[in-house]
Design a protein around this ligand. Sequence first.
Ligand SMILES: NC(=O)c1ccc[n+]([C@@H]2O[C@H](COP(=O)([O-])OP(=O)(O)OC[C@H]3O[C@@H](n4cnc5c(N)ncnc54)[C@H](O)[C@@H]3O)[C@@H](O)[C@H]2O)c1
Length: 433
Amino acid sequence: MSEREPIGVIGVGWVGLVTAAGFAELGHQVYARDILQDKVDALSRGEVPIHEPGLPELLEKNRERIHFTTDMGEVIQNAQLLFCCVDTPPTYSGDADLSRVERVVEELGESTDHALVMKSTVPVGTGRWIQRLRSDVGYVSCPEFLKEGAAVADFMKPDRVVVGARPDSAEFGDRVEKLYEPLSAPIVRTDVASAEMIKLASNAFLATKISFINEIANVSEELGADVEEVARGMGLDERIGPHFLRAGIGYGGSCFPKDVSALKQLAGNSGYHFQLLSSVIEVNELQKRRTIGKLQKHLGSLVDREIALLGVAFKPNTDDVREATALVLAHRLIGEGASVRIHDPVALDRASELLGATRLCRTAEEALDGADAAVLVTEWPEYRELDWTGAIKDSMRNPLVVDGRNFLDDEALRAAGYTYEGIGRSTASAVEA
Ligand SMILES: NC(=O)c1ccc[n+]([C@@H]2O[C@H](COP(=O)([O-])OP(=O)(O)OC[C@H]3O[C@@H](n4cnc5c(N)ncnc54)[C@H](O)[C@@H]3O)[C@@H](O)[C@H]2O)c1
């Protein structure tokens, strides 16, 4: 096999597109297949359907090496390592929906000298299940750890690459390892079930860290501590580390909610009650709703109140709105009788169908004009640059800011006459005052 063997990518969403662009950048011919004709056509014309920094440039640079298609046959004909990057959304029960993965397996047709390299996040046991369906096709679990908003950098400089090959697919596992060799990342070579668990456990752990610091924030509010100070002091401990200790209004996105729930369900299905994860999920749900209480504390009833939400994307630098906290907030506020106006620099169109009776605003200024309160939901850098103490202060009907990410300059806002509510810190200032 040549050093830069061609690869197949099945499903060109966030993971598939970054995988395709990344391997093309490393010199591989990439045959990238999606079932959505419109998406394939757009990509073939050079249009990138998602907001991901650096991705359009990388795709453009490697255009010659990436072949977008809807034809699975073309992929199978040209590549033996087939990276499966299809979506695995949650079912109503919280288990992962593997129907798209199953379809990919069915579509492998007669091919036997191929390996499915699983990048989609799947339950532990999926490799075993696929072996029962197609033992004649190789199988390697190679879970993806990219962060949206920094996905290209994460592909090029991963913290680690996990490769879990079935015993009869060891040679395919070696070939997957070789693909990643130029990136000089630590390789974790392991069995399939452990690789699958590494992915779920990593996301569950990060979500646990977030829910933990959010609970510390909530208790800090009661006791007069400032969670930002607490997190700083905790994070300097090497055993804890500073990452994922940012208190806020809860995690969202296409991965954490579904992966935490999938691991909890998976444990339950095997007879084990994963108590900690039940709490992680519950804390996150309550955290989103605490914002309503903060608004009511200052405004009383929210009926007919004009509330501006800043940010829809589940985090900055992406237009992904899957499981975004803003969606929950918008619907809760509408349920309380409030009128909701909402802005996001890039994600508004993607979210428009999910937002119900909200007013979509093309600028943050428009959203804030005449508002009774502003809720900062996504920490887009431009929100810090707004003229909070000047024009915005004058245009709001009532100067109340609930900073859901502890992102704005609280001292400047207070000095300008705003009522400022952060997460885990507002009472601290009040106590000092
Ligand atoms: N988005 C992330 O940040 C991220 C990070 C790590 C892991 N993951 C996991 O990677 C997987 C993909 O996530 P995503 O965010 O890229 O999903 P996505 O929804 O953005 O993309 C999935 C793509 O697969 C396509 N597809 C579905 N069935 C297909 C088939 N039979 N053949 C070809 N294409 C098909 C869809 O049309 C879609 O374009 C999920 O399991 C997810 O949990 C995602």
